[in-house]
Design a binder for this molecule. Structure first.
Ligand SMILES: *[C@@H]1O[C@H](CO)[C@@H](O)[C@H](O)[C@H]1NC(C)=O
Ligand SMILES: *[C@@H]1O[C@H](CO)[C@@H](O)[C@H](O)[C@H]1NC(C)=O
Ligand SMILES: *[C@@H]1O[C@H](CO)[C@@H](O)[C@H](O)[C@H]1NC(C)=O
Ligand SMILES: *[C@@H]1O[C@H](CO)[C@@H](O)[C@H](O)[C@H]1NC(C)=O
Length: 726
């Protein structure tokens, strides 16, 4: 893979050994002055200054606060205004002829080496004035033939950076008498292609290349693999600005890592990390939260619970919910009723408003933008499972205009950001993407695209983004629109993986035609399924040996959660066609059941695949533990929920099961939901009369374990039963 960057690498590698020593006598770093033009303090400008300060460059910024008249050159500085400003600046340097001036762009450029190194490399070129070169001739291709030919490197002049002795630069810029919106590169080019001028000015182009970026483990520095050199200045080319993000973000853990530590250091003393945690609750920033439910989303109740459990003062939160799904109205209604007085304000917009996603998201942003007391806007989509309760605080502490926490699909490389953009503005994988997603590189990353969850400063909404219809742009989807807007404005977006924050769930294949649809998510979102439906004490079967044996070879252990039990019962009651406990049963082979129960089969609610998977995932390991060496593939043709109630069927007479072993899970509470019930094993004269909700029995099906269901005397008792390995 090769990436296009203009690397102003002022090193001719083979000169190194001979001259390094000799020249370093003559020039002290104070003799190097960096001049740059920046009319606004963009994020890119701050990044430039950070790197300049880090290496202790003497930088003079020209044109700050001035109106930019240099023409439409996008975010990069260009145009004649730069030359005019430089000309003015050079006049004041007239008496400092022995100075070396480095003139560079700033919005898309960083230093990767210090003044000594640059001076040394400059002297090694043995020229008076050196420009960067590039492969494309711009802006006047007719001048191509006038360029001297080169044996290697790039042939054409690039005005994004040059270095030279003051008087040689003066000689050139003093010729400037054009307008601010004339082209600076053309101006310098004309000087260069004039052989006489070239000699007078001592002008020379440096080798510039397309490079392979290689990142080492420790201190990362970009290596130019063509010339095997270490560039001291890195310029993200405007034409390939898409990759600048990747490039600069990759630097975070390298040379810029120290820069970032430096920034963090300042934050500690400003409104940063330590301060926020030491603030009293009244002083916490006010945050407007936008919650977006834009499609049927599994585990929405859990999402809302997690949101409620965030560690942030609720009276500092203004909550805005957009729900576009009729299916979720019942969940949102409940959430609203329970929490309407909890937050500072609470607004819900439902599907009846038929807002587009872009409109809804703009509405959320506007709530913060128009409320001067809104310090931050925190946007979160319903498919983000936040597991870190400190998320809002942690993001605020990073003190960025736009920042999101890294969230990934469990066990996948899918995440909420892109490391790079393709030339047409869509996804491209950056070289460090996988390392960031997997946490092998940790930091705060400047990225070109993110979605699902992010925090934006209210100040940024009211300033840089003031005029923008943030989520509606051309025909882009809302997230793409937001990120394009930010990029166009030179607003940096960051994603942090400095902490674990949570994960993205899958919203694909969410079938909402059942009553409790999350039960069916065991394949699509196995982790969330497990958290919701498996008993929290389940793992202790293996770690703390909490498994009990109330009768010989009858094992008893927790497996389902309260929610699993309740939802399964609800699902069955919602389905409603209980068999009535008749002997004639069309659902089974032969159509006759000798010991019939009043039941509904898992197959009838289309839950057999999921239930068998549950048996394989969660019952098989227990079987292996108690019946050593017996591995079940979880094959079971009879899976059903039984209902015992005095006025229908209250008990089951002694019988054997048609299974190798049987599981029998209590789905509700004795004493609370019913009286009586239990199970009796005749051979051992042993009864279990107090079944526990969510706990399962596991016992051999026949021969030794003749058993009966004891009468339920009041209320309704539910159990889930499977005959395994028939
Ligand atoms: C959703 O579930 C219902 C009931 O089980 C089934 O009939 C339907 O085919 C399913 N839809 C999809 C898209 O899988
Ligand atoms: C898990 O076990 C602990 C200790 O026995 C008990 O206090 C707790 O209620 C159990 N939790 C559930 C959900 O059963
Ligand atoms: C069964 O156990 C009960 C007490 O648990 C006892 O009263 C009864 O005599 C036992 N029956 C047999 C046949 O051992
Ligand atoms: C039967 O259950 C109902 C409620 O489910 C309760 O009010 C009643 O007291 C119970 N009767 C007995 C005899 O436990």
């Amino acid at each position: 893979m090769s990436y296009c960057f203009t690397l102003l690498d002022i090193s001719l590698f083979f000169f190194f050994l001979t001259y390094t020593f000799y020249f370093s006598f003559f020039f002290s770093p104070e003799k190097l002055l960096v001049l740059t033009v920046a009319t606004q303090e963009t994020d890119g400008f701050h990044r430039f200054m950070q790197s300049a300060n880090y290496f202790k460059f003497n930088v003079k910024v020209l044109g700050m606060g001035e109106e930019w008249k240099g023409g439409d050159v996008g975010r990069s500085i260009g145009g004649g205004q730069k030359v005019r400003l430089l000309k003015e600046a050079m006049e004041s340097l007239a008496d400092q002829e022995d100075f070396v001036v480095l003139f560079v762009d700033s919005y898309d450029l960083i230093f990767a080496g210090g003044p000594e190194e640059i001076l040394r490399k400059f002297q090694q070129t043995n020229h008076k004035l050196v420009f960067a070169a590039e492969g494309i001739i711009w802006p006047d291709s007719r001048l191509a033939e006038k360029y001297p030919s080169v044996r290697n490197g790039k042939r054409f002049l690039n005005s994004g950076g040059f270095i030279g002795y003051t008087r040689y630069i003066q000689k050139i810029v003093n010729q400037w008498d054009l307008h601010d919106n004339d082209d600076d590169q053309l101006f310098y080019t004309k000087v260069y292609v004039d052989p006489l001028q070239r000699v007078i000015s001592g002008l020379r182009l440096t080798i510039v290349y397309e490079v392979l970026l290689k990142f080492g483990k420790e201190r990362v520095r970009v290596r130019n693999t063509v010339y095997n050199s270490l560039p001291a200045i890195i310029h993200g080319n405007v034409n390939t600005k898409v990759n600048v993000f990747f490039f600069f973000s990759s630097m975070n853990n390298g040379i810029l890592y120290s820069l970032h530590s430096h920034v963090k250091f300042t934050l500690h003393h400003g409104r940063g990390f330590c301060q926020l945690f030491s603030l009293s609750k009244q002083e916490f920033p006010q945050v407007t939260v936008g919650i977006y439910i834009e499609q049927p989303t599994p585990f929405l109740t859990e999402f809302l619970e997690r949101f409620l459990s965030l560690d942030y003062p609720k009276d500092k939160l203004n909550v805005f919910v957009h729900n576009s799904e009729v299916y979720h109205e019942k969940h949102i209604q409940k959430f609203w009723e329970e929490n309407k007085d909890v937050f500072r304000s609470f607004k819900v917009v439902g599907p009846e408003e038929t807002l587009t996603q872009g409109e809804a998201r703009n509405m959320g942003i506007d709530l913060c933008r128009k409320d001067l007391s809104c310090d931050y806007y925190f946007s979160i989509d319903a498919d983000v499972m936040l597991t870190n309760r400190q998320t809002i605080k942690l993001l605020i502490e990073q003190n960025r205009k736009i920042i999101g926490p890294l969230v990934t699909r469990h066990g996948k490389l899918w995440s909420n950001f892109w490391g790079a953009l393709s030339l047409d503005g869509y996804y491209a994988r950056s070289e460090d993407y996988i390392d960031i997603v997997q946490g092998k590189r940790v930091g705060v990353w400047n990225i070109p695209f993110m979605a699902h969850i992010y925090l934006i400063k209210g100040h940024t909404l009211r300033n840089e983004l003031k005029e923008r219809n943030v989520f509606v742009l051309e025909r882009l989807d809302p997230d793409m629109a937001m990120c394009r807007n930010a990029r166009d404005l030179g607003l940096f977006m960051y994603v942090t993986n400095r902490h674990e924050f949570g994960r993205l769930i899958s919203i694909a294949n969410y079938n909402t035609s059942h009553y409790n649809n999350d039960l069916w998510q065991i394949f699509e979102n196995p982790l969330d399924w497990r958290e919701k439906y498996i008993n929290p004490n389940y793992t202790r079967i293996f770690t703390d040996n909490i498994l009990e044996q109330p009768c010989p070879d009858v094992f008893w252990f927790p497996v389902l959660s309260e929610k699993a039990c309740d939802e399964l019962v609800e699902e069955m009651e919602n389905h409603g066609s209980w068999s009535g406990g008749r002997h004639e049963d069309k659902r089974i082979n032969g159509g006759y059941e000798t010991v019939p129960t009043d039941d509904i089969h898992m197959k009838q609610i289309d839950f057999d695949k999921e239930w068998l998977h549950f048996i394989r995932e969660f019952i098989s390991p227990v079987t292996l533990k108690v019946f050593s060496g017996y591995y079940t593939k979880g094959y079971a043709i009879m899976n059903f929920v039984v209902k015992y109630t005095p006025n229908r069927q209250a008990y089951l007479r002694p019988h054997h099961d048609s299974s190798t072993f049987t599981i029998n899970i209590a789905l509700n509470n004795k004493g609370l939901d019913f009286q009586g019930g239990g199970c009796r094993f005749h051979r051992y004269n042993c009864s279990i009369e107090s079944p526990r909700k969510g706990w399962s029995f596991m016992h051999p099906g026949r021969l030794t374990h003749l058993h009966e269901g004891l009468p339920t005397t009041n209320g309704t008792r539910y159990i889930a039963v499977s005959f395994i390995d028939p």
